[in-house]
Write a protein that binds this ligand. Structure first.
Ligand code: PGA
Length: 647
């Protein structure tokens, strides 16, 4: 972290992100555990806003599943730092919708419990609203500096966690709808002594009324709640809030259970909120023989999230709950009495088993994926370290900083600059090869100055003929005779102003190599070519036309200099990435033609407005082996600054 301010921002963003993530995951999970409960809540909202009649029947449940999944997945995304910008914007949007909604409910009081945390944690409407204000503020902070969110999974593998979150949440929702909630947060959970709880509540008016709506009303004998519940032994309670909407696909199983209960003398009662006509219709449709009693519909939906659903009570205690999709197969004359069946033993409250199962399916895969990801990242780092170690060991290629004085400096100035550079580098040894390419007339005088030092000497051109009547030209052998070791060929200025073609350059290269000179061969595209995206094509053509006839041995005396023409002397540098892209392309091209080893050993310099301020970044790229420096090589301090970029 750079500054205390940045550190504080990081802290704020990550605290808010964790708060949102954990709240969203918790609230999503409790709804996914009980999508039916959230469905009923959404129906309340739809009724409040007069939308109920406009909605097809399946919509509230589908919406309940979709919204709970969205909440859960967003929570997981925030927790791991997956698609940070998108996720934080979606969370903000979510809060912008629900916060005003909860304010409306708090002010009007039309809906008693907002349903944010299902039945797991029930907040008052005003508590819910203020909770949402806090979450909204946290969402704004997270959106503000989303990029400061620390990732707990690599970008490469984040899709695994995101996909698992989607699959897990969908599976949990479907399982809970098809079977029953994996954890039962309601007061009618397995293990509760219903008879005792109702009696306690009746006798102690100071207790919060939880079972106030539960009653067993019969037509002939009125309210028989306690009387019926308190009977000793086993009894079956079939719950069907609305017989008109009840699922009749397991009617045979139900009728069998009823016959079985009669054989063994277990009381059996169907509790419903439907009218007598509906009861008669159900009886005639299904052949049901069991008696009916009346209870409030909302209360029945709370007892079991299935219509119909079956409860088994032992004395007053609920010992089993079965959804319609998963009824037991109890048959008259076949199934032994409940006392002999394991299933009829009072079960523990489903918190522990359900909770453990959930935790296992929930946390374990996330942890395993995250751990595998961390291992993958570590392995990748080891491999890349190993590769780069190996590379440096294998690679013979030299790091070079070469100065190109062009047509600058008098002989005296040139000698002075060479002397200055010599003494500076004698005091502070460079970490790379250093070359100065002077005008022809300087060569013979500068050669003795730099002889025996780390500084190499080069010319900026040579003739394309070995010798003879070519007035004004200087041959490669003449260059060599001055004591120089290098020659720059193919510089874009010579290509442009002196019309040096690929064929001429090919001759020059061969002559230079034949005379024992090392060639610094320049290549590079002009601005229009880069703008047309043709830079690779152009550079490949330049290499092919002038160098591809060389042998690998000859190539080992060549250094390439990639100089984008638009960056030469203009102050416009290619970015380090642009340089690296091109250098990697050049190396690949050379590898294809000369083989991997020759390409690996080939030094490729970058040239074009290279300065002490940008050299380090450019040279840090793996395929950049140094620079060919124009303007900045004329000032000793600047040139030294660039040489020092290798330190
Ligand atoms: P520059 O020139 O560093 O002044 O841009 C580089 C070159 O032409 O070699």
């Amino acid at each position: 972290m750079k500054s205390p301010k940045l550190w504080l921002s990081w802290l704020a963003v990550n605290v808010c992100r964790l708060l949102l993530a954990l709240t969203f995951i918790f609230s999503g999970t409790v709804k996914l555990i009980d999508p039916r409960g959230f469905e009923y809540k959404l129906e309340d909202y739809a009724t409040e806003f007069s939308l109920r009649s406009l909605m097809p029947l399946f919509v509230p449940l589908a919406l309940a599943v979709a919204l709970s999944m969205l909440e859960f997945v967003l929570g997981v995304n925030l927790l791991f730092g997956i698609r940070r910008r998108l996720s934080s914007w979606l969370v903000l949007l979510f809060m912008l919708v629900v916060t005003p909604l909860t304010l409306y409910i708090a002010v009007t009081g039309t809906i008693v419990d907002c349903g944010c945390f299902g039945d797991a944690v029930v907040l008052t409407n005003w508590q819910t609203f203020w909770k949402n204000v806090v979450l909204l503020a946290a969402a704004i902070v997270v959106v503000w500096r989303g990029r400061l969110m620390t990732r707990f999974i690599s970008e490469h593998n984040q899709w695994t966690i995101a996909s698992y979150a989607v699959v897990f949440s969908l599976a949990l929702a479907l399982y809970s709808v098809w079977r029953l909630p994996v954890i039962d947060f309601r007061p009618y959970h397995v293990g509760v002594d219903l008879a005792q709880a109702i009696e306690d509540e009746w006798n102690s008016p100071e207790l919060e009324p939880v079972y106030a709506d539960f009653s067993i009303d019969t037509e002939d004998r009125g309210d028989i709640t306690l009387e019926w519940l308190s009977q000793a032994g086993y009894k079956f309670l079939l719950i069907a809030p609305q017989l008109e909407e009840a699922d009749d696909s397991a009617i045979d199983d139900l009728n069998n259970i009823y016959d079985y209960s009669q054989q063994h003398g277990y009381p059996f009662l169907c509790l419903t909120a439907s009218s007598e006509e509906a009861q008669e219709l159900w009886t005639s449709m299904t052949g049901a023989e069991y008696p009916f009693a009346f209870t409030d519909a909302v209360c029945l939906k709370t007892v079991i999230r299935s219509n119909p659903g079956l409860l088994l009570l032992s004395d007053g205690v609920i010992v089993r709950k079965w959804p319609n999709s998963h009824l037991p197969h109890y048959e008259e004359d076949v199934t032994p009495p409940l006392e002999e069946l394991n299933v009829a033993q009072p079960a523990e409250r489903s918190y522990t088993k359900g909770g453990l199962r959930l935790l296992l399916w929930f946390c374990l895969p996330f942890l395993v994926i995250a751990a595998l990801d961390r291992m993958w990242v570590a392995l990748k780092m080891c491999i890349s370290n190993y590769k780069s170690n190996n590379k440096t060991k294998r690679t013979m290629r030299k790091k070079i900083v070469a100065g190109n004085w062009k047509m600058n400096l008098s002989l005296q100035e040139g000698m002075a600059l060479a002397s200055e550079l010599k003494s500076v580098l004698a005091q502070d040894k460079p970490n790379c090869d250093v070359v100065i390419c002077t005008p022809f007339v300087h060569l013979a005088a500068v050669a003795p100055v730099v002889e025996g030092t780390v500084i190499g000497l080069g010319a900026q051109n040579c003739a394309d003929k070995p010798k003879g009547a070519y007035t004004g030209e200087v041959s490669a052998s003449q260059v060599k005779s001055t004591g120089a070791q290098y020659v720059i060929l193919g510089h874009s200025e010579r290509r442009a102003y002196y019309h040096e073609t690929a064929a001429i350059l090919k001759e020059k290269v061969l002559l230079a190599l034949d005379n024992g000179l090392k060639v610094i061969f320049c290549i590079g595209e002009v601005l229009e070519e880069r703008e047309a995206g043709k830079q690779n094509e152009v550079v490949e053509g330049q290499l092919k036309d002038s160098l591809f006839d060389l042998t690998a041995e000859q190539l080992s005396h060549v250094v390439l200099a990639y100089e984008p023409v638009w960056a030469i002397g203009t102050g416009k540098t290619a970015t380090a990435e642009q340089a690296e892209d091109m250098h990697a392309f050049i190396r690949k091209t050379m590898a294809e033609h000369f083989g991997a080893e020759a390409a690996e050993n080939l030094s490729i310099l970058y040239g074009g407005s290279c300065k002490p301020s940008n050299a380090k970044e450019i040279f840090s790229k793996p395929d950049v082996d140094g620079g060919l420096i124009g303007g900045a090589s004329l000032v000793c301090a600047d040139f030294k600054g660039i040489i020092d970029a290798w330190k």
